[in-house]
Design a protein around this ligand. Structure first.
Ligand code: SF4
Length: 296
């Protein structure tokens, strides 16, 4: 009698269909789901979502507060960061932050989302001077003060995404933030290589970011994280193999949201060849992940 052997993909799908949670290895195997089994995968994912969260979608109306566009990192896809003196380079004053937060509150926002570059004071004397004039030595110190003022004076709930944080930073910021976050982006060390997306981005070393997520977990801080799609060749960089389980194990019990963000190249790099991820996502599942944006 012929014995049919189930593939790991089918085993994982069966497990989900039976209402059991796939383990990290099984979940990872689903990344290899063949195109003709995608409907089954989507059905299983929908059933899992319905069992866990139901079909109610919630959202948090927020006002986006770009506290500073200066950053010591130079991620190849970033359109946010600026050097001092570049058009669009600024650090918001407390008055500007509070005016924006009040305007958001008047429009019904509930959350103040602080987004900012990572430790610009480490690179730019101009920023150190700005911080001194505001009574601070670090951007995180300024962020803490302004988060407290937004909370006290506008009633908005601060959520900060300031990059890498020590346990001390997290403990200090949690007093005035309802939640915090950091994009993991990728677990691939190869993106740090010369000419790759995280060349000249010391804060994007994957294990340092995972440490921040783990520290937030230890402190029980509601935390958001996410993966950047398109910064590496998925099947070769390692992020599709390790990121989901890395995020799950690091953020167990604290993850408030995981996001998947697409990227596009800003400066010429090895990332620049091939269609952008937004294009291959919109071109349908048959294009993903076989056609890829990065040439390693
Ligand atoms: S860390 Fe990278 S993505 Fe974030 S602001 Fe700086 S350059 Fe941009």
């Amino acid at each position: 009698m012929a014995v049919l052997e189930l593939t790991s993909v089918e085993r994982a799908l069966d497990r989900v269909a039976e209402g059991r949670t796939p383990d990290a290895a099984e979940a990872t195997s689903l990344l290899d789901t063949p195109v003709d089994r995608l409907p089954a995968l989507l059905e299983a994912a929908s059933a899992l979502r319905d069992r866990g969260r139901g079909r109610r979608i919630t959202f948090s109306a927020k006002v986006f507060i770009p506290l500073t566009t200066l950053c010591r990192d130079y991620c190849g896809y970033c359109t946010f960061r600026k050097d001092p003196g570049e058009p669009g380079a600024f650090t918001m004053t407390p008055d500007q932050v509070l005016a924006l937060a009040h305007a958001g509150a008047r429009l019904g926002a509930k959350e103040a989302l602080f987004s900012l570059g990572d430790k610009p004071e480490a690179l730019f004397p101009e920023h150190r001077a700005v911080l001194r004039s505001l009574g601070h030595r670090t951007t995180l110190g300024y962020l803490r003060e302004i988060s407290a003022r937004v909370l006290d004076e506008t009633g908005l709930l601060p959520h900060a995404n300031p990059g890498l944080m020590t346990e001390r930073d997290l403990a200090s910021l949690r007093e005035v933030n309802v939640s915090m976050g950091i994009m993991l982006e990728s677990t691939s060390e190869r993106l740090l290589a010369r000419g790759a997306a995280h060349d000249r981005a010391p804060d994007k070393v994957p294990h340092r970011r995972l440490k921040t997520i783990a520290r937030a977990g230890t402190l029980g801080i509601p935390f958001t994280t996410g993966i950047l799609i398109g910064s590496a060749r998925p099947t070769q960089s390692g992020w599709t193999r390790s990121s989901p389980s890395a995020i799950c194990t690091s953020a167990t019990g604290i993850s408030r949201r995981s996001s998947f963000r697409t990227s596009a190249p800003r400066r010429p790099s090895r990332c620049a060849a091939g269609p952008s991820p937004a294009r291959w996502i919109s071109s349908g599942p048959s294009r993903w992940p076989g056609s890829c944006w990065v040439r390693p």
